[in-house]
Structure formats: structure tokens, C-alpha cells
Design a protein. Sequence first.
Length: 278
Amino acid sequence: MKKKASPTPKKNSPAKKKVAKPSVKEKPIILITNDDGITAPGIRNLVEAVKDIGKIVVVAPDKPQSGMGHAITIGQPLRLHKLEVFDGVESYACTGTPVDCVKLAVDKVLHRKPDLCLSGINHGANHSINVIYSGTMSAAVEAAIESIPSAGFSLLDYSIEADFTGAKKFAKLIVEKMLTTKLDKHTVFNVNVPSIHVDLLKGIKICRQAYAKYEEDFIERNDPHGRHYYWLTGEFVNFDKGKDTDVWALANNYVSVVPVQFDLTNYVLKAKLEKSWK
């Protein structure tokens, strides 16, 4: 009986080396909002300025909300309406305030925190004390509270025909710097741009907030029924003569950048009172 020949052992073929595919870096997610409303020219210009830098999502008020400060809506429901306002950009109009927009965007639209939040570009100044009243800046501050680095942008021009060329240029530059700089998660910048030709802008100036405010007055009038009503007016007065302020920078054709914070603690007074109020 013949023995069966044992099978010839197969030679182990050399393992094929896996070629690692180059990783495609995902674009940062940038949330954009404002206080002038989703149809305002300013927000359109901000979207155009940064649309090539990241994935843009817009959630903005459905109507002007200037001067709302950090107000939130608690007495009525909020609604979101998806709109085709910006070419190729996911956009929603919100019935609430600028701060509502940020809260809803994170929780119900993005379902995550964006890499940056940008607010603006506002029609009109938000330097000095304006930062307290500004819906534009309050949206940015709300994002910083939620650990999202943010910036609010304002152009010193209230006109619907305002030229945003300079504001767009420096918004893009500042956003690029924010994305390439290791920033604290609570970072928030108040950026104001002079209303001058882009070629006349001298660059960025890192500043402090000026001690300046409005000397307010109310114009009193009567309606057809003889009842009084009032219009708020006033004059902007700068009490600060320093050359390191946002007001000085803007007056001298610089783009002012003020790092602000939501911690309102007066640490100097706190330390003093800890020693004397015992």
C-alpha cells in the first residue's frame, strides 16, 4: 500500500504592509449669531469672512434684538425655523434673544459645543460700557460661559449701507489667530472696527475697556390721548484719557480687541475687605 505523499507546506507569503491613509483634518465648527437679526447685512458679511475656515452654522434672532444684554426668554416658548438665507450654510432663525440663540444652538441644533462662537458683525459701536448692554457681546459671553471660545465683532457704522470690507478682513484674521492659539476655554474678545476705508486701518490693538459712558436724557412727548411717553437719548462721554483703551485705539484707526470676562468679582476690593471687615 502506497503512502500518500504529505502535502507540500505552503510558504508563508509576506504580509502586505498597510499603507496609512493620510488623516483629513476636520474643519472646526463655528457657530455664528448676532443681535441685529438673521437678515442683517452684518451677519452675512461675517459668514462670508469665515466660511472657508470652518463648518459654519448660523442660529440668529428672527428680528432685531439690539440692547438686550444677557436677557433670556422664560415666559414663553422658543421656536426655531430653518431658513435658506446663506448659500450652503445651515441656518436657523430663533424667536428668542441672542443668548437664547447660543443656548438653543448648542443643545438642539449642534448637539455639541462648537469650536468657536462668533457674534456680529454689529451695526454700531460696542466699545467701553456698551459691552454691558450689547446683545452682540452677551451672545459671545454666553458662549464663553459654556466653555466655548468666542468673539463679538462690531463696526462703528449704523448705516444699512455700511462698508464691511475692513471688518471682514480683520474678522477673518482674528478668527485664524484664535484657531491657531492655545486659548482658555472661557476666552471672549470684544472687537470693534472703525468705519474707515480698509487701507486706512492700522492693524489690531489689544486694549482695555475705556471708562466711558452715555450721559443719558429722555425726550418727553405726548401721544394723541395726551399721555406721556419717552425716548431715550444721550451723549457719549469719554472720561478715560489713557492711550491703552478701546476708545483711543478706534479714534486712532486701530481695530480694538479687548479680552473680557464674565467673572465680575472685584478682586482688589475683595482682598482689602477680607483684611478690614473682620
